[in-house]
Write a protein that binds this ligand. Structure first.
Ligand SMILES: *[C@@H]1O[C@H](CO)[C@@H](O)[C@H](O)[C@H]1NC(C)=O
Ligand SMILES: *[C@@H]1O[C@H](CO)[C@@H](O)[C@H](O)[C@H]1NC(C)=O
Ligand SMILES: *[C@@H]1O[C@H](CO)[C@@H](O)[C@H](O)[C@H]1NC(C)=O
Ligand SMILES: *[C@@H]1O[C@H](CO)[C@@H](O)[C@H](O)[C@H]1NC(C)=O
Ligand SMILES: *[C@@H]1O[C@H](CO)[C@@H](O)[C@H](O)[C@H]1NC(C)=O
Ligand SMILES: *[C@@H]1O[C@H](CO)[C@@H](O)[C@H](O)[C@H]1NC(C)=O
Ligand SMILES: *[C@@H]1O[C@H](CO)[C@@H](O)[C@H](O)[C@H]1NC(C)=O
Ligand SMILES: *[C@@H]1O[C@H](CO)[C@@H](O)[C@H](O)[C@H]1NC(C)=O
Ligand SMILES: *[C@@H]1O[C@H](CO)[C@@H](O)[C@H](O)[C@H]1NC(C)=O
Length: 635
């Protein structure tokens, strides 16, 4: 599996430009509601930044200075909500170096539940969190990583493109909803497929430390409800990455039978585009690829992607994913030391398959769950490749569940592609819009014939406007994905996911093929999501990022390297949850250094700002630069 990515990694396309910024279609439905967003906007308005933060502080941290402290790199995240006091224990799970020979060769070690009394009773934890800490020094592409417990993916991540003086990044993730997996012995697998190759000048290895913290429950913070069992949707390999790598419309199929007494079942989906699908949202509809010379490297099959969950080949629900930009993505200097949201902890998605329980728990027949990706091209409808996996979170009831599917209204995908070219100046524009509505309803019966109405609905909307100039070397694309996924069980909301993911990318690769050429981009991206998962509490997030940067390249024939660059990324981040806790952050990086970082809200101490010794001040760091390598030799 290659994470195409890289450094320099450009949207396959090579893209295009356009000066005309097209207005986004506005939708009137299906996104986070005012009551989701108001607390976030109010909290952000209280930023201490306005009240004066010392921005003049500077420290020497030159890119080439071997005595410098490692650069702290990060993806902003809200810290997991865990008991503030009371017993807990931290267990080291894995220490491993991913270097030569680590490609498709995950670290695999046995896992056993912690037994120390301070951890709390096995399976009764108030919360479980994981801490992934990585150090790397040298030169390396971003690489995709995944962590699996008992062959179930629990964390999809990626790596920083490190500096020559070392880079360190730490991410904490709430994994409480995987309690059934942490409660029994199993295999812990971590894949961080890396390539170290002196002929490519790639010498950065990843030193990983992975730990888990288990919190005992208390009166104030009791054991939360989680699934009773978790069934992986994975390839189950003992020694290779467990996600499915798919590149055709067949999808990834897992055989499955639910216990007869299943009362609820929810699928959690992990998915990411790779290689020619890494920048799927910038791909060009096939109708228009012939407008560009082949040398521009435009990638086809359109910008719309849908991840489908099927039960016995019948659609159960859809994921319209958030586009994660990895640290080498589009213009690498945009993402160091502040990454795009999701780079170190990919968002996941939920589909309620409870309406299918009567089918899935029938032993008379073999059953399957399929994860399928559908794009806009013709057989296959997308390029190579996507990595998909997931798990079924099963709740047991007291007795066998029977019942019937009473409504099955899975609307057709309403997708429209238009576009054209301006013969006088050669610019090309395309527009793709899509929408889909789902209503699936079942009447379930327990052994006393007690009725339970379960209803799963989705309302999904999508629009993508792209324009291209200079034969496709310049592109402007603006995409917005929004929707609401909801599940009601006897009128009780058991799942609500209201989201809006706008992204706009301007990129200019006009000088990409020139000797000592370069490229650059400006990117705005928002992650706005209010999520009540099937187990766990309500949380809402509003992350707004603006990034722009430029890269200069050397004169190697074939693979050229970045030799210098500038980049600036600003982000505001707001989080609130069902326990009334908040976390706000206003953070900015420029030219490989930190400009400012302010954190406030009730959870601020659990994920504090970078230390002031790392803050350069308004003009940012020294910028990225390296010497020009002689062909075939490490420079
Ligand atoms: C996460 O692990 C790293 C490396 O062991 C450690 O330095 C850091 O303090 C840990 N973070 C938290 C919040 O425990
Ligand atoms: C289910 O699949 C297994 C293994 O492929 C097969 O042996 C069995 O006959 C199948 N059962 C039914 C009911 O189709
Ligand atoms: C449901 O069935 C499973 C095995 O199929 C069993 O382990 C569990 O105890 C049952 N749960 C209840 C609440 O009856
Ligand atoms: C086509 O290009 C010409 C020349 O740049 C410009 O004046 C005109 O507005 C463009 N037309 C459209 C439809 O974009
Ligand atoms: C990003 O947002 C800024 C501020 O709203 C705007 O000036 C800029 O044109 C946007 N860039 C893109 C690529 O949409
Ligand atoms: C793209 O980059 C080239 C080379 O730097 C420059 O001449 C051109 O003006 C840029 N185009 C846009 C639209 O920024
Ligand atoms: C980040 O904010 C600074 C200060 O407001 C501004 O000068 C810079 O252009 C912003 N960067 C981006 C990429 O929007
Ligand atoms: C690249 O440029 C450097 C510096 O100008 C020069 O020494 C080297 O020979 C060039 N390499 C190639 C392959 O043209
Ligand atoms: C990279 O260096 C070249 C040559 O010194 C210079 O012309 C170019 O502007 C630099 N590019 C960036 C993005 O710093």
């Amino acid at each position: 599996m290659t994470t195409n990515c890289c450094w320099p990694s450009i949207p396959g396309i090579i893209m295009n430009l356009l000066l005309i910024v097209l207005a986004l279609a506005t939708f009137t439905s299906a996104q986070p509601a005012p009551e989701d967003l108001d607390p976030l906007l109010k909290g952000l308005a209280e930023s201490p930044l306005k009240n004066g933060v010392d921005l003049e502080k500077r420290v020497p941290l030159m890119t080439d200075d071997p005595t410098a402290a490692p650069l702290i790199d990060l993806q902003v995240f809200a810290p997991p909500v865990v008991p503030r006091n009371g017993p807990s224990c931290t267990v080291e799970l894995l220490k491993h170096t991913f270097g030569i020979g680590s490609y498709n060769a995950p670290a695999v070690i046995p896992y056993t539940p912690p037994t120390d009394p301070s951890c709390g009773e096995v399976g009764k934890w108030a919360a479980v969190s994981m801490n992934l800490s990585v150090y790397s020094i040298g030169t390396q592409y971003d690489r995709l990583s995944a962590i699996y417990l008992s062959h179930t993916e629990i964390w999809r991540s990626s790596g920083a493109e490190p500096t020559k003086t070392g880079t360190i990044w730490n991410t904490i993730k709430d994994v409480t909803h995987f309690t059934p997996l942490f409660s029994r012995p199993g295999d812990l697998m971590m894949d961080f497929s890396n390539i170290v190759a002196s002929e490519l000048l790639l010498d950065g290895v990843f030193d990983v430390a992975l730990s888990a913290t288990f919190h005992a429950p208390s009166k104030e913070f009791p054991t939360p409800e989680t699934a009773d069992i978790i069934i992986p949707l994975s390839n189950g390999s003992p020694d290779a990455p467990n996600f499915f790598s798919i590149s055709d419309d067949t999808g990834a199929i897992t055989s499955i039978t639910l216990p007869p007494n299943t009362s609820g079942a929810y699928v959690e989906v992990f998915c990411s585009g790779n290689s020619a699908e890494e920048f799927w949202y910038l791909n060009t509809p096939d109708e228009f690829t012939s407008y560009f010379p082949e040398s521009t490297g435009i990638v086809g099959k359109g910008p719309f992607r849908e991840v489908q969950v099927l039960v016995d080949d019948k659609i159960a629900g859809f994921v319209w994913p958030y586009p994660v930009i990895y640290t080498g993505g589009i213009t690498p200097s945009n993402w160091r030391p502040l990454t795009s949201y999701g780079a170190y902890d990919s968002p996941t998605y939920w589909i309620d398959i409870t309406p299918f329980i009567p089918v899935l728990s029938s032993p008379a027949q073999n059953h399957t769950i399929t994860l399928r990706v559908v794009g806009q091209g013709k057989s296959p409808s997308f390029n190579s490749n996507w990595f998909v996996s997931g798990s079924v979170h099963v709740k047991h009831g007291k007795s066998a569940t029977k019942g019937t599917l009473t409504k099955y209204q899975v609307g057709d995908l309403r997708i429209q592609t238009t576009g054209g070219a301006n013969s006088s100046d050669g610019t090309v524009w395309t527009k793709v819009t899509a929408s889909r509505d789902v209503l699936i309803e079942s009447e379930l019966l327990d052994e006393h014939n007690q009725k339970r109405l379960v209803q799963f609905t989705q309302k999904l909307r999508y629009s993508n406007d792209a324009s291209y100039a200079n034969e496709g070397w310049v592109q402007v694309a603006s995409q917005i994905t929004q929707g609401t996924t909801s599940a009601l069980h006897n009128g009780k909301q058991v799942l609500r996911d209201a989201f809006e993911y706008p992204i706009s990318v301007f990129s200019n690769y006009s000088l990409y093929t020139a000797e000592f050429g370069g490229y650059g981009s400006a990117i705005n991206q928002t992650y706005s999501r209010a999520l009540t998962p099937p187990t766990g509490i309500y949380k809402s997030i509003l992350s707004v990022q603006h990034a722009k940067g430029e890269i200069g390249m050397d004169n190697w024939s074939g693979l050229r390297h970045a030799i210098n660059g500038t980049g600036s990324t600003n982000q505001t981040f707001a989080y609130s949850n069902g326990r009334g806790e908040t976390y706000f952050r206003d953070i900015a990086a420029k030219n490989d250094g930190w400009v400012h970082d302010v954190v406030w809200g009730s959870l601020k101490n659990l994920n504090p700002p970078v230390p002031s010794s790392q803050i350069y001040g308004p003009i940012g760091g020294p910028g990225f630069r390296r010497s020009i390598a002689e062909e075939g030799r490490v420079g």
